[in-house]
Design a protein around this ligand. Structure first.
Ligand SMILES: C[S@@+](CC[C@H](N)C(=O)[O-])C[C@H]1O[C@@H](n2cnc3c(N)ncnc32)[C@H](O)[C@@H]1O
Length: 214
């Protein structure tokens, strides 16, 4: 698997941006940031050969959906074969900016988590903004809902690219080649459900109060 990853890096070094897949420690730290006790819709940007995907798939609720966005078609073929037996994992050989369109085609109004390994730091400002705005818009406005990134720099947080998110938590993972920041950007401020939405992001039926289905 690492050989395929290295081959794809040599073919598109800026897009793949890493010679080796994430370490076990980084994978665990990223997966720990999601609550898998109930069904979730999770999008993963830049799964590569699927190291984070395998861990998320192992932990997620049996009724969760995991949508993979990978622009490298050879990696997509590999991912498609790897997860062929799991109908809850779908592989999309498209740019991650197309999240709204893919969710809409699947009849999913929102997602609960977006996990990203794409190299944001090399993207120009307008591209960053496009992806970040669409990601924010598609996250359900509830307390658990978050955009989780692992990056060499923490510039999405420190340079204010994600200031539209309500709050952020970061940690540093030294046990990775190279070491990375793991940052979780929350869609909402606190631990209260957002009025008008259920736990799964569907609007609450009229007359059903303001606290959703919690
Ligand atoms: C640094 S690698 C991360 C791979 C894997 N997630 C890991 O942790 O080892 C980045 C991946 O993002 C993909 N990628 C880059 N830009 C993308 C975009 N705009 N949309 C979807 N995938 C993208 C690349 O093809 C590559 O597989």
């Amino acid at each position: 698997m690492s050989t395929l990853f290295l081959k794809r890096f040599l073919r598109s070094p800026f897009r793949v941006a890493s010679i080796v897949p994430s370490s076990k420690t980084l994978i665990r730290k990223v997966s720990d940031k999601m609550d898998h006790r109930i069904p979730r819709v999770i999008a993963e940007y830049g799964p590569g050969e699927g190291c984070h995907t395998r861990e998320i798939a192992r932990r997620m609720h049996p009724k969760s959906h995991l949508l993979l966005f990978e622009i490298d078609s050879e990696l997509c073929t590999f991912l498609g074969r790897q997860f062929a037996s799991n109908p809850r994992i779908s592989v999309h050989n498209v740019d991650c900016a197309r999240l709204p369109e893919v969710l809409s085609k699947k009849g999913m109004p929102h997602c609960d988590y977006v996990v990203s390994g794409i190299p944001f730091s090399i993207l120009e400002k307008a591209r960053k903004k496009e992806i970040l705005d669409r990601t924010y818009d598609m996250l359900v406005p509830e307390a658990h809902s978050a955009f989780i990134i692992y990056q060499v720099t923490n510039e999405l947080r420190t340079r204010g690219h994600c200031d539209h998110f309500a709050r952020a938590e970061s940690e540093y993972c030294l046990r990775n080649m190279p070491p990375m920041f793991v940052t979780k950007f929350f869609k909402t401020k606190g631990d209260k459900p957002v009025n008008g939405h259920t736990r799964n992001g569907h609007p609450v039926a009229a007359g059903n109060g303001t606290n959703g289905a919690r």
